[in-house]
Design a protein around this ligand. Structure first.
Ligand SMILES: *Cc1c(COP(=O)(O)O)cnc(C)c1O
Length: 416
């Protein structure tokens, strides 16, 4: 099941796609530059505007956005990047494929990167800190910004799940040196496949551009300011950009509806014993795509999850470090799960095994997510409501959750 943008696809997306096809049909004979990326440029300009960044680069996925941003920041072999243990596997994979090392850090009760643990994991090799704004809400960007500035390291924001969210009035993605977004169908806005990055730094933009398009300088110039690079082909397609442009125009409408649905569900659920809501660093700035309840006891969370046909967030395949067998194998030096790199515990003694981050394990094991905009079983939010849910449906889901919590309440002193 998809994210909220998917449900808002309509006439605007259709019109933009047809405009691309019509332009191609009209110009078929004279067409000698398939790279003429009108919708891509329009999307990039609109997104830079919307997010308040100097530059935006459209790419073919959120994963490509992360890799291009890391290359843009100059991160490579010998560097360490601090990544939270609750993320998406792409947050780790992008770092490893750039040749840099991943240092896992704990999350706090907001389910995002814990600044205290980041402080303890900084080394002379640390080159970047990567907060991942999970489930629509931001990390503690005030604290992380301070740490990054104090140590002279980059902040790279993975905003794939938090398009349109903000921290104290500033759009997420513009607080760090660069921010990356995904446009896949689980995200706030979607083109089914795609992504983009934003940055104010002209060198980061130029390097990311050159890397994403065969080493060309921005907008396919042969020469320019910045670094000469050997590039790849990771660009956003014209047809996907046509959809993304229409979706971007609906972002605020989508957020308004998702936030209203979440507010309604949370109010209907009301206060319950032995459970509280996820702590948010800026409640007004979150997307509202998921409502997370953090229980006092893991057994209680597991019982409730089972009753509503969900799972705790500890059971989040591809989003929790303990469920990434290839990453763990890389850490152990087994096989070649990252083909471009020599594995080996001698070179890289860190462990990515489950248990490495006890606080993260504990918090995720006590957390149950209800969908309010994004419905994704792999994120734990397979149960809940969506932007098209009626008031009656929202009330029914809230009631079902309440009953599950009250029915399985574990209050005996022995279990405390
Ligand atoms: C979805 C997602 C990505 C990757 O985006 P794709 O477009 O699927 O490549 C990266 N990071 C996070 C946190 C995500 O949720």
């Amino acid at each position: 099941m998809p994210g909220p943008g998917y449900r808002f696809v309509g006439d605007e997306e259709r019109a933009n796609v047809l405009a691309v096809l019509d332009r191609w049909s009209a110009d078929r004979e004279a067409f000698d530059d398939p790279g003429e990326a009108d919708m891509v440029r329009r999307f990039e300009r609109a997104a830079a505007d919307r997010f308040g960044a100097a530059h935006c680069l459209g790419v073919n996925s959120g994963t490509s956005a992360l890799i291009a941003a890391l290359v843009g920041l100059g991160i490579g072999p010998g560097d360490e990047v601090i990544v939270p243990g609750y993320m998406f596997v792409a947050s780790i994979a992008s770092v490893l494929h750039c040749g840099a090392d991943v240092v896992l850090a704990e999350i706090d009760e907001s389910l995002t990167l814990d600044p205290d643990d980041v402080r303890s994991k900084i080394t002379p090799r640390t080159k970047a800190i990567m907060p991942v704004h999970m489930l629509g809400a931001g990390a503690d960007m005030t604290a992380l910004r301070e740490i990054a500035d104090a140590h002279g390291v980059h902040l790279l924001e993975d905003c794939a799940q938090a398009a349109g969210a903000s921290h104290q009035g500033r759009p997420l993605g513009t607080i760090g040196r660069a921010g990356t977004f995904s446009l896949n169908h689980f995200k706030v806005i979607t083109s089914l496949q795609g992504g983009f990055l934003v940055t104010d730094d002209p060198l980061v933009f130029q390097r990311a551009y050159s890397f994403h398009d065969q080493g060309w300088f921005p907008y396919r110039e042969d020469e320019g300011e910045g670094d000469l690079l050997v590039g790849m082909n990771l660009g956003l397609g014209e047809l996907h950009a046509a959809v993304a442009l229409a979706q971007l125009g609906k972002l605020d409408r989508i957020l308004a509806r998702v936030r209203a649905v979440k507010r309604q569900l949370v109010e209907r659920v009301g206060d319950l014993p032995d459970v509280s809501r996820r702590r948010l660093h800026d409640p007004a700035g979150e997307c509202g795509t998921v409502a997370v309840y953090v229980f006092d006891h893991a057994e209680h969370a597991e019982d409730v999850a089972a009753r509503i046909g969900a799972k705790t967030l500890l059971d989040s395949p591809t989003h929790y470090y303990g469920t990434l067998p290839a990453v763990a194998a890389f850490g152990r030096g087994e096989g070649r799960p990252v083909p471009s790199r020599a594995p080996g515990p001698a070179r890289w003694p860190r462990t990515y095994e489950r248990g490495a981050l006890p606080r993260t394990d504990d918090i995720l094991g006590r957390s149950v997510a209800l969908a309010t905009g994004v419905s994704d079983g792999y994120l734990g939010a397979g149960f809940g409501v969506h932007p098209a849910s009626s008031d009656a449906e929202i009330a029914a889901v809230a009631q079902q959750f309440r009953q599950a919590v009250l029915a399985t309440r574990t209050t005996s002193p022995a279990s405390r």
